[in-house]
Design a protein around this ligand. Structure first.
Ligand code: ADP
Ligand code: MG
Length: 401
């Protein structure tokens, strides 16, 4: 399904309230029973059912087996409801628009492995990039196999994991920027959505020629080394995640998989990042290295330039403070790292198990939390009397993708 933001025009405040209630229910339920949606949304005069019925009419699609109806926002199953990716997108977009982060959504500019990237416009015409994380899209099976690890969380795994990926990306982008790394400017984050500055350039993979390949090569290797000095490894540092502009200025992107230099596989990840760069420059720009046994007359780079992980003075805590300040907790980091690495291992960390003792009890207490959250949402809503429906707030761009 395509992200057609025009659909937002048709949504009322109650519609968003009910979608938010389904989202909250999904923290503890794979399928959220309609009574629970009603209880969380607590609309007057049983309004929730009417809203659910309406929501199911918007952009409704062909029925699937065991699925009574699918709309843009919701799956309706015989025992309850689930948000679609688009439903989750709309909740994030609505929140960010309400915050005044941007006013309209434009064309799609990237499809990553596990994300969709769009342009968004601010009131003054500034264009930003919006990254919607979709963890579990390409590795749905992997998500399923992690159920054991995620246990009761399994029911909302894609929501939870996509949100963590966005939170981590946002936190790292901010911290890296503060330490003068060439990254996009982190603007805001909500749910699975990160808003950042738009990079004027293209991924290195699209570049056929460079004026100064050696200089760019040195710069890129220098970034990997400086990252390690600051305690981090990118882990996906390749021609797809390095952007370059016409002035040959480098920007690195895509941070959800970054790990600390104290990670048990740190050296392997570091060497892999370095190798990706060597390989790309060797192939694309015909650079040769001493290790290639001088088989060509092209630019030679001394193999001594290949940095060794052990020779780098690493400060594993350099960025910790910034990351902690960002609100991305260690617990969340552990959850996400475990998913990304694919390790279905049981942690000895005791707080890991804090919620797993009695699922029923956990559900109850969390639902209470949900209700409180909804109350605060209601308060915010009331404060925001001027924001009456999305129509007035979203200046929607009709640009086709
Ligand atoms: P994924 O994690 O799915 O690989 P990326 O963050 O690498 O996602 O983004 C995918 C593509 O989207 C990039 O290769 C790039 O073309 C584009 N992109 C991502 N962020 C930006 C940005 N801030 N400005 C411009 N283009 C971007
Ligand atoms: Mg990428």
């Amino acid at each position: 399904m395509k992200l057609d933001v025009n659909v937002l025009r048709y949504l009322s405040k109650d519609d968003f309230r009910v979608l938010t209630a389904v989202e909250m229910g999904m923290r503890n339920h794979e399928i959220v029973p309609s009574e629970l949606v009603e209880r969380i949304a607590s609309l007057k005069h049983g309004g929730t059912y009417k809203v659910l019925k309406n929501l199911l009419k918007i952009g409704s699609l062909v029925k699937l087996q065991n699925v009574m109806a699918i709309s843009f926002f919701l799956f309706c199953l015989d025992d309850g409801f689930r948000l679609t990716y688009l439903g989750y997108d709309f909740l994030a977009i609505k929140t960010l628009v309400n915050r005044g982060v941007f006013t309209g959504v434009g064309r799609q500019i990237g499809v990553g492995k596990e994300s969709d990237i769009f342009e968004v416009a601010q009131e003054d015409g500034t264009i930003l990039a919006m990254k919607l994380h979709r963890l579990g899209r390409t590795s749905f099976r992997a998500v399923k196999s992690k159920r054991d690890y995620l246990r009761h969380r399994s029911s909302f795994s894609w929501l939870y994991l996509s949100r963590l990926a966005a939170l981590k990306e946002f936190a790292f982008m901010k911290a890296l920027e503060e330490h003068d790394f060439p990254v996009p400017k982190a603007i805001d984050c909500n749910r699975h959505c990160v808003i950042m500055s738009l990079v004027q350039g293209y991924p290195m993979v699209q570049v056929k020629q460079l004026q100064n390949p050696e200089t760019i090569f040195e710069k890129i290797i220098g970034i990997v080394v400086r990252l390690a000095e600051h305690g981090l490894i990118h882990c996906d540092f390749n021609e797809f995640n390095i952007m370059i502009d016409d002035e040959e200025k480098i920007t690195m992107i895509d941070f959800p998989q970054m790990v600390s230099v104290s990670h048990r596989n740190a050296q392997m990840y570091f060497d892999r990042d370095i190798e990706c760069i060597f390989k790309f420059f060797r192939k694309r720009f015909n650079m040769s290295f001493h290790e290639d046994k001088g088989e060509s007359e092209e630019t030679e780079v001394d193999e001594n330039s290949r940095p060794s992980f052990f020779d780098i003075t690493k400060d594993a805590n350099a960025l910790d403070r910034d990351l902690e300040a960002s609100g991305f907790t260690r617990k969340e980091q552990t959850d996400l790292d475990k998913f990304i690495e694919g390790g279905v291992e049981k942690s000895e960390d005791s707080d890991e198990d804090e919620e797993s003792d009695d699922e029923e009890q956990t559900c109850e207490s969390n639902e209470e939390g949900n209700l409180n959250e909804l109350k605060s949402l209601q308060l915010q809503d009331e404060e925001q009397k001027s924001s009456d429906g999305v129509e007035a707030e979203v200046e929607l761009d009709n640009t086709e993708n």
